[in-house]
Design a protein around this ligand. Sequence first.
Ligand code: HEC
Ligand code: HEC
Ligand SMILES: [Cu+2]
Length: 485
Amino acid sequence: MQNWLTSSKLTKLALPVLALAATLFIAACSPEHPQSTFGYAGPVARDQGNLFLLIFWIAVAVFIIVEGGIIYIAFRYRRRDDKIPKQVHGNTKLEITWTIIPSLVVAAIAVPTIIGIWEQQRGAPTDMGDVLEVEAIGHRWWFEFRYPNQEIVTANELHVPTGRPVNVKLSSQDVIHSFWVPKLAGKVDMVPLNDNLVWFIADEPGIYDGQCAEFCGIAHAHMRFRVIAHEEDGFQEWVAGMRTPPVPFEAGSAEAQGELLFATNCKTCHTNDSWRQDAYSLEIQQQESRWNTWLDDIENSRLVSAPNLTHYSQRHFLGSGIKENSRENLIKWITDPDSIKIGTAMQAHAAAYQEREDNKINLSNQEVENIADYLLALEPGDISQLVAPAITGGTPEERGEQLFVSIGCNACHSLDADTTIVGPSLIGIAGRAGTRTSLSADEYLRQSINDPGAFIVDGFTNAMVVPKIPPNQVDDLIAYITTLE
Ligand code: HEC
Ligand code: HEC
Ligand SMILES: [Cu+2]
């Protein structure tokens, strides 16, 4: 033993090894690191970081005083002769002092800590901007995100606006997970049947790494996610996009074939059309029933709750945040999820993986590529492309009339002078248009459609939301609405 400890080889090695280990440890603290708790990107993380630093510096002071005292005493009172030094055991004054000082230190740490915990648990403050409500649900091994007010469901990528508090209600469908975005806030457990709260604000647009922080099984380390913070406009655009259908695929194209294959092999578990009306409540019911089916037969169920894949091409990552969402990775994932992430419920339960010895998908490479191309083409459609094919021929007024209905102008504008829906009735608009602003009637109508917020009609709010409409269709719409008498 002695020999081993004093071996000169080892002592020579020890210093460099220690130095390397220390450097690595300290490098992990760099605020630049994507999961560094020191790279604060919002006020909650900053408060938590400051609390950590307060405790850290108190600990440093205690360390220096205590260790300094030990070293001082060790030298000052080292054994010089065989006389027994004066014994201070049972010194009441000393004992009271070293009980009171630590109590004060602990109290100094406890007060801001408890205030911090309360502030976190109370939920997002309402005086820091319009609160966005989100529900995050942990699954083995991925995260589901629901936006009850926007009626959106998505997975693994949580989109939020910057500068507004986001209130996240945390729960889990199976075991205990933990929601942790080191740069924004952290770390709060996601417990089945017991909702916890976490809230945060992202100061700047960006992509922030998140991670399950509670050991939950074999793929725990691969259970990651991202928070994607947008400027308010970008966030609203994402929300609107999630409610907008994709452009239909041309019959016979790879994507159209992929769509059919997806419908037969994948759609039982994966919803990917949340832009439909009532899709939100339907998805919640379906997720529940997939889960119950799995519970009924954990070994053989062909259903299990799964990530929503609406507008999948917008995803940055795959496999709950572990790989870039490239075509190549997606093909690998569909062929053999195991090659990217071990232990997925997808491979264990989807029928397509149960037929082959090697557990790979029972589809040809071409079919897998078609599915991948289909998923990677799913994005919010440009509504002008959706309505354009239906409206050819006829006079501009006739095309405009059809557009008025298919874009949904009639949902807000009545064709009855006495009825107001959301916007003003457009009866007689030709006569009024030129008097609204200093613009000509035609320019005013064009502006009303292209940039509704530029002028707000008296007594109304800036509530007109329409997709981008190409100029020729704006012409048709104007031709139509100016005939309304
Ligand atoms: C039995 C239900 C089930 C079926 C059927 C199924 N999947 Fe999955 N899928 C899952 C689960 C569960 C996950 C989450 C896996 C994980 O990350 O642990 C998943 C994840 C995915 C992901 C990654 C999503 C993300 O955000 O990371 C893609 C893409 C995907 N599946 C595509 C498909 C395709 C394509 C098919 C059809 C060939 C299919 N799935 C069939 C259950 C299923
Ligand atoms: C979601 C509801 C909504 C939809 C959909 C909508 N509008 Fe509007 N619209 C409004 C509101 C509210 C106003 C009044 C506020 C304003 O001036 O922006 C308005 C104002 C207008 C005006 C000016 C009216 C005036 O009296 O000066 C025109 C013209 C108009 N809309 C045309 C359209 C057309 C064309 C469409 C379809 C492409 C459309 N709107 C779709 C809500 C809507
Ligand atoms: Cu987990």
